[in-house]
Design a protein around this ligand. Structure first.
Ligand SMILES: *[C@@H]1O[C@H](CO)[C@@H](O)[C@H](O)[C@H]1NC(C)=O
Ligand SMILES: *[C@@H]1O[C@H](CO)[C@@H](O)[C@H](O)[C@H]1NC(C)=O
Ligand SMILES: *[C@@H]1O[C@H](CO)[C@@H](O)[C@H](O)[C@H]1NC(C)=O
Ligand SMILES: *[C@@H]1O[C@H](CO)[C@@H](O)[C@H](O)[C@H]1NC(C)=O
Ligand SMILES: *[C@@H]1O[C@H](CO)[C@@H](O)[C@H](O)[C@H]1NC(C)=O
Length: 485
């Protein structure tokens, strides 16, 4: 075991806190963080696009920004590489899913193959967040103060397929937009001292914060394009909605990797909401800090990711029961509390032209799935993706994008949307979330929401999560999916 006693203690303390909190739930102190969508489309910067056949004529001028999607796929691969390495560094054993990973060809970046590199440094950070560009995030109403009963931090919608919201750090508070990412566990922001690679982002200035503590400790994240995120670790007060995470560890970057650069990456930083075992900084993630400090009375947060303006939000310390039908909630125990990893009991697409459904996961084959708000698509291995699109005329890997992304004729793309079974319930992805739009201006080929490029396990991204309300329950280590109201 290479993990430090401190880290083990941290986990133990956190687990204990969750248990005591779970059995002691007074009136919930719930915070809502409004989320903002981020675009994968270019000219003209559209509001939400309906991509069904009937409305395609109106949207012909809109198309997927290939660079964003390509960079995003590379970032997802890098994120899993870094977080799997962090898991091994934190526990001394490779993550079980790391052994199942197969190498694939792509855009120069793939999910890691075999075991993660042992020599990877403990201080490597865990992700390269999704790249995005257009749009100007609006500043959400952002109330502070730990005693706020109910408070909105909107997840603002910029355009399509990625969401972000606002946090504050330090005393007095400095505001940042971040990706709320359930597929990683660290908070990383650009530092005041960052070089030109952070241009276009708001920078964290520790000298302007009376609560800032410099750990005097470096951190570093390497990426396959040769760029890296590196910088210094600090602790400071982090405010998410009305909740404060006091003495929260964060990485202040003095260099940003290609994937973090503006305008390719729209938010300033990334806020990981996975479990401490995938923390590269070996720190308590922000929400866990709030729970162990007792400011969040319930170890639960909920995501609504909507294509409709103003309807996306992150709720902290509980769920927003206005957004979903509580009685429809299906809970799945987390298989291993590192990622939000749960069993996937089925995945099928409708057969076309009266052929039977194509089933790629069933109850006997079962699969593991990671619920990841920081990933856009549903991702699996190349061979499973190929089986999924079998016999669909015109469906093919998108040569223009690479990285395992598939395209299909726009007029049938939506009808290829899958139905996923979790536990006893099945959830069907809507055609409009599954069809991401034309691959280039005026093209009859559209990008579809299920990609290869990964492994025999699944990453369940926003293409699916837009169709449900998702409950992340740390106290009971489970994920809930419910029908949106
Ligand atoms: C941080 O990254 C930059 C650019 O990749 C590099 O020049 C610098 O040496 C790195 N610093 C550390 C401390 O690793
Ligand atoms: C802040 O956290 C660090 C480690 O995460 C710890 O060493 C330090 O004692 C904490 N400070 C306070 C004031 O809680
Ligand atoms: C989920 O975990 C809880 C608590 O450990 C347990 O009581 C329950 O039986 C588990 N459910 C399933 C479906 O395994
Ligand atoms: C379930 O999937 C496995 C593996 O793909 C396959 O061998 C089996 O025939 C499937 N079972 C059913 C009932 O479809
Ligand atoms: C694809 O078509 C072939 C030939 O018609 C058929 O044998 C096969 O079962 C089909 N596969 C799927 C997955 O539908």
């Amino acid at each position: 075991m290479r993990c430090t006693p401190t880290f083990v203690t941290l986990i133990a303390v956190l687990s204990f806190s969750f248990v005591s909190i779970a059995t002691n739930q007074p009136s919930p102190n719930v915070i809502r963080v409004p989320l903002e969508r981020k675009p994968f489309f270019t000219h003209p910067a559209p509001s939400y696009i309906s991509r069904d056949r009937a409305t395609r004529a109106n949207t012909a001028a809109r198309y997927v920004n290939k660079d964003f999607l390509r960079t995003h796929m590379a970032s997802v691969a890098a994120k899993y590489h870094n977080t799997l390495a962090a898991y091994e560094s934190n526990t001394g054993s490779p993550h079980p899913l790391a052994q199942a990973i197969s190498a694939v060809s792509g855009v120069g970046t793939t999910l890691p193959s075999g075991r993660v590199e042992k020599r990877r440094r403990k201080t490597d950070v865990a992700f390269d967040p999704p790249s995005l560009a257009l749009g100007n995030p609006t500043s959400p109403n952002h109330a502070r103060g730990r005693h706020t009963k109910r408070d909105d931090i909107p997840l603002s919608e910029v355009n399509s397929n990625k969401w972000m919201g606002t946090i504050s750090v330090g005393t007095p508070p400095q505001k940042f937009t971040v990706d709320f990412d359930t597929g990683s566990a660290d908070l990383v922001l650009p530092a005041q001292a960052c070089d030109g690679s952070c241009d276009g982002h708001t920078r964290y200035d520790p000298t302007a914060s009376s609560t800032s503590v410099d750990f005097g400790k470096a951190f570093k994240l390497a990426y396959r394009d040769g760029s890296e995120v590196n910088g210094t670790q600090y602790a400071d007060s982090v405010y998410m909605g009305g909740y404060e995470a006091a003495n929260q560890t964060l990485g202040a970057a003095t260099t940003y990797s290609t994937g973090f650069k503006s305008p390719n990456f729209l938010p300033d930083g990334l806020l990981g909401m996975g479990f401490p075992l995938i923390s590269v900084l070996k720190a308590s993630p922000v929400f866990q800090t709030m729970v162990s400090n007792g400011v969040a009375t319930q170890g639960v947060f909920g995501f609504a990711l909507s294509s409709e303006s103003g309807k996306s939000e992150l709720t902290i310390g509980g769920t927003n029961t206005i957004m979903y039908h509580e009685s429809t909630t299906e809970y799945l125990n987390v298989s291993l509390p590192a990622y939000w990893q749960i069993p996937l009991a089925g995945l099928r697409r409708p057969g076309l032209n009266n052929t039977p459904d194509v089933v790629v996961v069933n109850k006997t084959s079962y699969a593991q799935a990671i619920v990841d708000t920081g990933t856009t698509l549903i991702i699996t291995s190349d061979s499973i993706a190929e089986a999924y699109y079998a016999n669909v005329t015109g469906a093919k890997p998108c040569a223009e994008i690479g990285g395992g992304v598939w395209c299909a004729p726009c007029d049938i793309a939506g009808s290829l949307a899958p139905t996923l079974t979790f536990g006893l319930r099945s959830f069907t992805v809507s055609p409009s979330t599954f069809n991401l739009g034309p691959v280039s201006e005026g093209s009859a080929d559209c990008i579809v929401g299920l990609a290869g490029g990964g492994s025999a396990w699944w990453i369940i991204g926003d293409v699916f999560l837009q169709n449900v309300y998702t409950i992340f329950d740390i106290s009971n280590t489970r994920v809930g999916f419910a029908d949106l109201a």
